[in-house]
Design a protein around this ligand. Structure first.
Ligand code: ZN
Ligand code: MN
Length: 487
């Protein structure tokens, strides 16, 4: 017997617009219940929705990045629901003419290879409100979230393991953050996943079975996604072993929820088919026509994407996989680093400054590296000082911090703070001779080749560094010392 796991994923991404999808209400998190509402998102009779242009452009930007084909004509549909948190009794979504379709994303697998996952479609829709069950004798409804713009991304069933599902979700998070279309904050529920899972089983006699397609609703963490898929893989196989009629044709589709405490999926209901929703065209909104100029304008905001950038940083700049990954996690960081290199910074040096220092400093200040007040030109100058040996790496770190509040040229600043290394061989040689004369015993030991030689050499080096208050270039002193000891 052979069982193959088949998973397609639906992902709802909350877009980071200022206002809601069809009204001017603010998108706030943690505001008092029902404080960001108006007749449109309350669903009051006679209120008319108006499309948020930014939401549409964010959706198109993401779809372009997902290599989707863009619809030049797209319309809106009403999807019938009856829930307290959706007072209109329908959700405005897109049914037969989504704004984009037929794209793909490449995801890196754990063995170092990559896999192409096809994207079936990506469309815009509005979120519902929230039912609050607070242990009272009644539930309450908060409609602040009603009308929040969601981009629904649907993949083809190309995922074959729980880990692949998790990786795809994580890659999408990185992508939308990089594009600046969503904060994709998991704690705030900006990403929600709904895997559609079943098994293709071939038994020992060569008979084929397909288990019912189970959609697990509303997973809001990578861990829950991975574990829910793993649990379904196990559960469906067990069900089928008990009863070979546990198949798609006999049981249809079903929705299940995820119990994070018990680590298992729980039956919710038989799944609706499209006709159950009674989709019909939204008469209150005009269709959107995307012309070439508009699409081109939005496409230009996509730019070079993290995977391509990462490859370039590794290939052209010789960075490690790790460094390139850290630098390309955020667009601001990647572009800042790239600009510094183009201004002449040695890539590895600039990468170290950004990843080991810049990101830490930025984090402490709650912003991006590019907002630290040190431009790429200044970073390139700093990198050059270290590269040329004028600054030690640790003095470079000190100087970087000083540069945050002092806009003068790094060399000037370094001079003033006495951070520059002394590399003038003649002066250092004189100093070294002085030390050798004073410490004749150590000098003899260092020349002896005995067990104590290395220790004595280190001592002599330390003496020179001390005399220069740590400002001598240790490499220069070390080379000089070797020559003296041999000579
Ligand atoms: Zn509103
Ligand atoms: Mn949806």
């Amino acid at each position: 017997m052979n069982a193959r796991l088949i998973v397609g994923l639906e992902i709802h991404v909350q877009l980071a617009t200022r206002t809601k999808l069809f009204c001017g209400c603010k998108l706030g998190f943690g505001d008092p219940p029902n404080s960001n509402v108006c007749p449109v998102c309350l669903g009051l009779p006679g209120a008319l929705p108006v499309l948020n242009r930014a939401a549409y452009e964010y959706a198109v930007r993401t779809a372009v990045a997902l290599n989707c084909r863009m619809a030049r004509f797209t319309k809106w549909d009403r999807k019938g629901y009856y829930y307290p948190d959706l007072p209109k009794n329908y959700q405005i979504s897109q049914y037969d003419l989504p704004l984009s379709h037929d794209g793909f994303i490449e995801i890196p697998l754990e063995d170092g290879s990559s896999q192409r996952i096809r994207i079936r479609r990506a469309h815009l829709e509005e979120d519902a409100g929230k039912n609050l069950h607070e242990g009272l004798d009644h539930s309450r409804v908060d409609l602040n979230r009603a009308g929040t713009p969601l981009l629904e991304i649907v993949t083809e069933p190309d995922l074959g393991s729980p880990a692949e599902c998790r990786i795809l979700a994580q890659e999408l998070q990185k992508l939308v953050q990089f594009l600046g279309v969503s904060e994709a904050n998991m704690q705030m529920g900006h990403l929600r996943f709904e895997p559609n899972i079943n098994l293709h089983i071939v038994d020992d006699d060569g008979r084929e079975y397909r288990t019912p397609i189970v959609e697990v609703k509303n997973l809001n963490s990578f861990r829950a996604l991975e574990r829910a898929v793993a649990h379904e893989e196990w559960r469906q196989l067990e069900e089928w072993k008990r009863d070979h009629e546990y198949t798609l044709e006999h049981r249809g589709k079903q929705n299940r929820g995820w119990n994070d405490v018990r680590n298992e999926t729980v039956f919710q209901r038989e799944k609706e088919e499209a006709h159950d929703y009674r989709y019909f065209p939204e008469p209150d909104l005009v269709p959107v026509e995307l012309d070439e100029a508009w699409l081109e304008r939005i496409g230009a905001t996509v730019g070079e994407l993290p995977p391509a950038m990462k490859r370039r940083f590794m290939g052209e700049y010789g960075l490690s996989d790790y460094d390139a990954g850290v630098l390309t996690a955020e667009r601001a960081t990647a572009e800042f680093f790239d600009a510094a290199v183009k201004l002449g910074a040695a890539p590895k040096r600039a990468a170290n400054l950004v990843t080991q220092l810049g990101l830490q400093l930025a984090k402490e200040r709650g912003g991006a590296v590019s907002e630290l007040g040190v431009g790429p030109e200044r970073l390139a100058e700093l990198a050059r000082l270290i590269e040329d040996g004028a600054l030690s790496a640790s003095a470079g770190a000190t100087l970087f911090e000083k540069m945050l509040t002092d806009g003068r040229a790094p060399r000037v600043l370094a001079q003033e703070c006495q951070l520059l290394q002394r590399s003038d061989a003649a002066a250092l040689e004189a100093l070294l001779e002085e030390v050798l004369a004073q410490q004749s015993q150590a000098a003899a030991e260092a020349r002896s080749g005995s067990k104590k030689a290395a220790k004595a050499r280190g001592f002599l080096l330390g003496q020179v560094m001390q005399k220069t208050k740590g400002q001598a270039n240790p490499k220069v002193v070390s080379d000089l010392l070797d020559r003296k000891l041999q000579g």
